[in-house]
Design a protein around this ligand. Sequence first.
Ligand code: AMP
Length: 116
Amino acid sequence: MTDTLFSKIIRREIPATIVYEDEDILGFKDIAPQAPVHVLFIPKHAPIPTLDDATAEQAPLLGRLLLAAAEYARREGLAQDGYRVVMNCREHAGQTVFHIHLHLLAGAPLGHFGTP
Ligand code: AMP
């Protein structure tokens, strides 16, 4: 994986509001939030540009991304009302940073999903 913006956030070379961290995963606030709560969860050590590049061996890590988002949502009191998780893959989804990441969106009704 080539060095990305998110690699720089992991190395603390550019600022981010980090709200979650464990051994494998970092969570930080999206710089252009699309909901009252918008946090990105990324793997810290695995070079995965897109979901299409993920391998079967990386399934546990992908699961941990989801569980990190769920843990954060519970901790922040967002789980009861609910939230959305999204992972964009390449051009048609509008992926702009090629370091796999999970969006957590919450804090208000999010409306219908899937309108182009
Ligand atoms: P995607 O479009 O799925 O690739 O998502 C990339 C996300 O990264 C977008 O929602 C951007 O707003 C967000 N983003 C870009 N630069 C930064 C940054 N420096 N800090 C936090 N989020 C960022």
